[in-house]
Design a protein around this ligand. Structure first.
Ligand code: PEP
Ligand code: MG
Length: 545
């Protein structure tokens, strides 16, 4: 038995084979081949297989994202069959007697460079696509799957690290657990794991290698351990723990349909955070009273080009209709910082976390904000929709955003397009927003505290940098003080305040948050029932808020 220790970021126990996911076009080296015709044939077979695969992906995507969303796979198919591209790859194999992997990688990079230098932003956006296509062909050549996993059985997914876009491409039904060598507790991979209730271990370091691929293992997500070929006593211990967890879960099921209030009668809303449509069933299964944070940026991360108004509208409408009368808080796209998207062609920034992200980017790209708000207001007539702006620091930003929203509604009204009303709120995730909350609260309908960023910006601790994890004290008095200020300002102005950052799922701080005046907590669906049981066990002694 081999024990690999990391940091547990989502509890739970599972047993299964390890699947080591390698990143695209890594480790491709140049080799000289003796048999050029055989190498050309190898390339041809891999290219054909990639084209077939892309056709299958198109068919799979159609019912999920519609023809426009699935079209990207057709574009990739065309690229893989483009004559210039094929001739360029063949020329490298023939003239340099190079191996096909190298020829595809080199050609992909050259073509990407050509696209990247073009004036037309649409063509520039194709740079990422040609790299994707090349990666897919290389994966066929090397036998390493790309953009997903090829396995008949569910696996323990191991990787160096996973980017947000890689994570959302994975077939979640096939993942028993995530284990990564790097990563940080607040990364979107960790958040996704918690959303799905999948055990996850990060920061295992260099001991997590490709050599583990295919070996039987067990993960204890609470302890943060990967046991490779666990012995009998560890297996028995883990099975007992898993049984205990299952019993607890059954108990929690009993809570479904019950009101969430403390022993002294304070009603607390327990909502769920959602990143993706596919998570809606978990919201319902866990009986969350609403969605406190729908991270709309994942719609953009999921796509290969700007999602248009109707694509967005269909997604928002599905969410609103599914939740019926329950509240859904859609956050406008929070892109920038750790969530970069190639087709946005954003300029490199020295300090992206302090740069053009969230609502700042929306204000800088009004055409994108307009499309998103039109889609959101149209969806608002199908349910109980609220709209929330991220990364706010000053009142003038809120005033501009509100004026913009009013213009969008006027436009919809004038053209006779049906739309609904939505509460407008802001995230409190910069110290400035908390400190200026008395000025901000009268301008909006609600506040939602993003403790992940509020902690990062208050303590000057990069949430993506695992080397400073030790300094990331989410219970720091400075953070709690800021939440208290925002809660007081919210209640003085007669609006509600929630917490949707990861701190909302930390049961050891729930009582403190409620005493500070927090009205709503929004957590990963998998935590909803546990949090509800906890809220119902608290006695605040009638503490006034
Ligand atoms: C936060 O910052 O706490 C938050 C909820 O938003 P995100 O994690 O998506 O930045
Ligand atoms: Mg945030």
């Amino acid at each position: 038995m081999e024990t690999i220790i990391g940091k547990g970021v989502c509890g739970g126990i599972c047993f299964g084979p390890v699947y080591y996911l390698e990143h695209r076009i890594v480790g491709v080296t140049r080799q000289t081949v003796d048999d050029v015709p055989a190498e050309l044939a190898r390339f041809q077979r891999a290219k054909d297989a990639a084209v077939v695969q892309l056709g299958e992906l198109y068919q799979e995507a159609l019912p999920k994202v519609g023809a426009e969303g699935a079209a990207i796979f057709e574009v990739h198919q065309m690229m893989a069959e483009d004559l210039d591209y094929l001739e360029a790859v063949q020329a490298v194999i023939e003239t340099q007697r190079a191996n096909a992997e190298y020829a595809v990688t080199a050609t992909g990079k050259n073509f990407a460079q050509l696209f990247a230098n073009m004036d037309d932003p649409y063509m520039r956006g194709r740079a990422a696509d040609v790299l994707d296509v090349s990666g897919r062909i290389v994966s066929e050549l090397t036998g390493q799957p790309q953009g997903g996993i090829k396995s008949e059985v569910p696996v323990i997914l191991a990787a160096g690290d996973l980017s947000p876009s890689e994570t959302i491409q994975l077939d979640k039904a096939k993942i028993l657990a995530f284990v990564t060598a790097e990563g940080s507790a607040n990364s979107h991979t960790a958040i996704l794991a918690r959303t799905l209730g999948i055990p996850a271990v990060i920061q295992t370091g260099a001991s997590l290698t490709k050599a583990l691929h295919g070996r039987q293992a067990a993960v204890d997500g609470t302890a943060g351990v990967l046991f490779v070929e666990p012995d009998e006593s560890v297996t028995a211990e883990l099975r007992a723990k898993a049984d205990e967890a299952r019993r607890k879960k059954e108990l929690l099921e009993e809570l479904k349909g019950q009101t969430d209030q403390t022993l002294d009668g304070r009603v607390v809303e327990v909502f769920a955070n959602v990143n993706h449509l596919s998570e809606l069933p978990y919201v319902l299964q866990n009986d969350a009273s609403g969605i406190g944070l729908f991270r709309s940026e994942f719609i953009y991360l999921d796509a290969h080009d700007y999602p248009d108004e109707n694509e967005q509208f269909n997604i928002y409408k599905t969410v609103a209709q599914t939740l019926a009368s329950r509240k859904v808080v859609f956050r406008t796209m929070d892109i920038g910082a750790d969530k970069m998207i190639p087709y946005f062609n954003l300029e490199r920034e020295e300090n992206p976390a302090l740069g053009l992200r969230g609502a700042r980017l929306s204000l800088a790209r009004p055409e994108l904000l307009r499309t998103q708000l039109r889609a959101l207001f149209r969806a608002a007539s199908y349910g109980n929709v609220s709209i929330m702006f991220p990364m706010i620091a000053a009142a003038w930003e809120v005033l501009e955003l509100k004026a913009f929203a009013e213009r969008v509604q006027a436009e919809l009204r004038d053209e006779g397009t049906s739309f609904g009303q939505a509460e407008l709120g802001i995230m409190i995730e910069t110290p400035a927003a908390a400190l200026a909350s008395a000025e901000l609260a009268p301008l909006v309908d609600f506040f939602s505290v993003g403790t992940n960023d509020l902690t990062q910006y208050t303590l000057a601790v990069d949430r993506q940098n695992d080397r400073v994890d030790r300094f990331c004290d989410t219970h720091h008095p400075a953070v709690l003080k800021l939440i208290e200020m925002a809660a007081k300002a919210a209640h003085d102005a007669g609006i509600w305040i929630g917490v949707c950052g990861e701190l909302a799922a930390d049961l050891s701080i729930t009582e403190t948050l409620l005493r500070l005046g927090v009205d709503e907590l929004s957590v990963s669906p998998a935590v909803v029932l546990e949090l509800r049981a906890h809220v119902r066990s608290l006695d605040l002694g009638g503490a006034a808020v």
